[in-house]
Design a binder for this molecule. Structure first.
Ligand code: PBG
Length: 323
């Protein structure tokens, strides 16, 4: 007979609660929202049960999220084709969709934490996160200049946390200097430190019509086979002044989260991306998996691997299940 019995610590809900090592709560969630300028909300074909919100729908949906206890959101814009260009200059339009939406949200929800995405892909007629040279290369330093202008516009419009997802070299340092230069010392930078060139972004690109029109993103996003390289990116982001660091996607990269957790004292974020969402939605819709159970388990697993907070399209569902 065994004398040592790990099952003793599992024998009642109360004991299991005391012994639980990792918890998931609504405070851990950031809600990503797709938006557009049209007045009508648009259900997303590529992402079942998600909507691209018009200006009014956005305020209503964020209101519902706030009522569920969600404290942070991040916005992703679908830009009209006529406003896209090869240098993505619409990204730095002070009256563009993102700054306008930020100002409205800031006014309606003064305590809400507003994250913004910094990258050119929604604004680029090439569908790339950076400026494309005639020979197809993605121009790093020219892109960083536009990213700095984009970040400043977002800060002026009320962003709390600027999150560069473009993977250009040196952008954290450059954005920090640009922000400090205009008096935005208190605006944070959450760097996409380890963003992989992942097939799990497919449905997101469908939602924003932002897929690359030529080539792929492998010359700037990381190779899915690489882990040491994530530590190198982390060292750079720390040195450049990032306030928070992020791993993306989340579920297939839990080992990276664990490594970064051990290597940094900074808050660590994870992005459960569109393809992860879609895989769970598809399995649930077919009746193959129990939706509510797998959603919470997938998020708990990301927390257990080391994430402090999670960007997830499941934020409202998880919030309502956790309350
Ligand atoms: C682009 C960006 C992407 C996502 C967030 N920001 C896509 C990409 O790199 O092509 C993907 C998020 C998701 O799939 O949910 N800067």
């Amino acid at each position: 007979m065994p004398r040592i019995r790990p099952r003793r610590n599992r024998k009642s809900a109360a004991i299991r609660d005391l012994c639980r090592e990792t918890r998931l709560s609504v405070q851990d969630l950031v809600y990503p929202l797709f938006i557009h300028a049209d007045p009508e909300d648009q259900p997303l074909e590529s992402l079942p049960n998600l909507t691209r919100w018009g200006p009014r729908g956005l305020l209503e949906e964020v209101g519902r999220a706030v009522d569920l206890g969600i404290g942070a959101v991040v916005l992703f814009p679908k830009i009209a084709e006529s406003k896209k260009s090869s240098d993505g200059r619409e990204a730095a339009n002070p009256d563009g969709l993102i700054p306008t939406s930020l100002r409205r949200l800031r006014e309606a929800f003064p305590d809400l934490c507003l994250f913004t995405d910094v990258a050119l892909d929604p604004y680029s007629s090439d569908g790339h996160d950076g400026i494309v040279a005639p020979d197809g290369r993605i121009l790093n330093d020219e892109t960083v200049e536009v990213l700095c202008r984009q970040a400043l516009i977002q800060a002026h419009a009320g962003a709390d946390v600027i999150a560069p997802s473009d993977m250009m070299d040196g952008r954290v340092e450059a954005i920090r200097s640009a922000l400090d230069g205009e008096g935005f010392e208190e605006v944070s930078i959450c760097s996409y430190t380890a963003k992989y060139a992942s097939a799990f972004y497919g449905p997101f690109r469908g939602a924003l019509d932002s897929a690359p029109r030529g080539g792929d993103k492998k010359s700037y996003q990381m190779d899915p086979g690489n882990a040491r390289e994530a530590l190198r990116e982390l060292a750079l982001d720390e040195a450049e002044g990032a306030d928070m660091v992020l791993v993306k996607p989340a579920g297939p990269y839990l080992d990276i989260l664990r490594e970064l957790r051990q290597a940094t004292t900074l808050p660590l974020a994870a992005y459960q991306v569109s393809g992860e969402y879609l895989a769970l939605e598809a399995a649930a819709a077919s009746g193959w998996l129990d939706r509510e159970a797998v959603v919470l388990e997938s998020l708990l697993g990301i927390r257990r691997a080391g994430a402090d907070f999670i960007l997830t399209y499941y934020a409202p569902l998880a919030a309502s299940l956790l309350s």
